[in-house]
Ligand binder design. Sequence first.
Ligand SMILES: Nc1ncnc2c1ncn2[C@@H]1O[C@H](COP(=O)(O)OP(=O)(O)OP(=O)(O)O)[C@@H](O)[C@H]1O
Ligand SMILES: O=P(O)(O)OC[C@H]1O[C@](O)(CO)[C@@H](O)[C@@H]1O
Ligand SMILES: [Mg+2]
Length: 444
Amino acid sequence: MLPRNSVPFRQTQPIRCQSSNQQPAKDDGFVIEDVPHLTDFLSNLPSYPNPLKQSQAYAVVKQTFVSTDDVVAQKVVVQKDDPRGVHFRRAGPREKVYFKSDEVRACIVTCGGLCPGINTVIREIVCGLNYMYGVEDILGIEGGYRGFYSKNTLRLTPKVVNDIHKRGGTFLRTSRGGHDTNKIVDNIQDRGINQVYIIGGDGTQKGAALIYKEVEKRGLQVAVAGIPKTIDNDIAVIDKSFGFDTAVEEAQRAINAAHVEVESVENGVGIVKLMGRYSGFIALYATLASRDVDCCLVPESPFYLEGNASVDGKDASGNKLLLDVGLWLTEKIKDHFTKVQKMAINTKYIDPTYMIRAIPSNASDNIYCTLLAQSAVHGAMAGFSGFTVGPVNSRHAYIPISRVTETQNTVSLTDRMWARLLASTNQPSFLKAMSCMKELIKRM
Ligand SMILES: Nc1ncnc2c1ncn2[C@@H]1O[C@H](COP(=O)(O)OP(=O)(O)OP(=O)(O)O)[C@@H](O)[C@H]1O
Ligand SMILES: O=P(O)(O)OC[C@H]1O[C@](O)(CO)[C@@H](O)[C@@H]1O
Ligand SMILES: [Mg+2]
């Protein structure tokens, strides 16, 4: 984890607006957590009318441009006397842009693990830049962050990316590790890149924040836009991450297969392992959707079994390596029944994790990815930088990168969603069992 104090940008302040007729902030607890803008450090940057004004498609829109004062509330369930709370800038096209279309040289990079929908995001960044803003110079950085300095770039056009959304994986390939901020920014500068689109999870977004910080330090006119990606759905602030719905749908197929298998034999026990390094969202939602599961174990709900399911190693990005909990649990269950219960059981263990990650996104994720990509393009063209995009209470917003990297979402065991799961499976609440055990130990 990056130490908290090296998270480069978090601006929490009363309303900061770009329009001159803004009233001073009233003391009603209204806070906008704003994202950086290129004019923060390049004060004389010229602006131009947004070419979308000329777009035939957008001519039908009643209000083509998002007002500079439009914000999205982080909390929508409030009480009458509550302060107005935290808000983020609403994403979307702005009246003024800070790049001339023929001067844009954009690049796209994908890092970290796979997730359904990455190719749709790549496709829609390329098509969005080209169709909406007339940008023609778009480069693909291959193989993750290290691709900036270890590989040649790929020229991306709408024709090249036309069909990629129908495929899983990432057209640009990906990697873990290899982030060297100075070398990356040197390369951005050398190649004359002025818009950087970075698709990846928490680690990638931390890297994006460092790139933005270095760009700002060097005073470069470079827009850095992060598009949050993770199959685990553990990204803070945003409603959910792209590909999650697709993953849940696919996970159900594995659960169904296990169910069919064990229903067809005597003493059948099905075990399905799903992804989620530190968060059990896929398991929770797949369990609720399928209704066939008798017990759902998630990392957030501690349960006791002797043994140790972690190893000391780390992957190239510094993420802790974890042992295969599924195989381990299967052995424990077998042991228990044969040795303790003296009963022969028929276990069927299914590990569909990489199958779930490797598929193309479903219809709703495809649409979601399109909105994310277009929001990122509008934000970069409008001169925002060091920002990430995502839906907050169903409205797309520009969010400071540090807000999505400083914490990770986890399943809350005190929320109604977890109660729904307990009601569906009838499993014990291990939280209670754990606290009873702790209480007993204390009394001993
Ligand atoms: N704290 C950090 N600072 C700078 N770069 C980082 C940091 N953490 C990770 N990175 C870089 O980001 C890239 C991806 O990181 P990582 O492998 O952790 O995946 P991720 O983006 O978190 O995605 P996921 O966890 O969903 O697979 C790697 O190239 C890694 O070097
Ligand atoms: O095997 P890989 O590619 O390193 O990815 C594994 C990890 O990546 C994730 O998909 C995302 O962090 C985790 O759920 C999983 O543990
Ligand atoms: Mg990660």
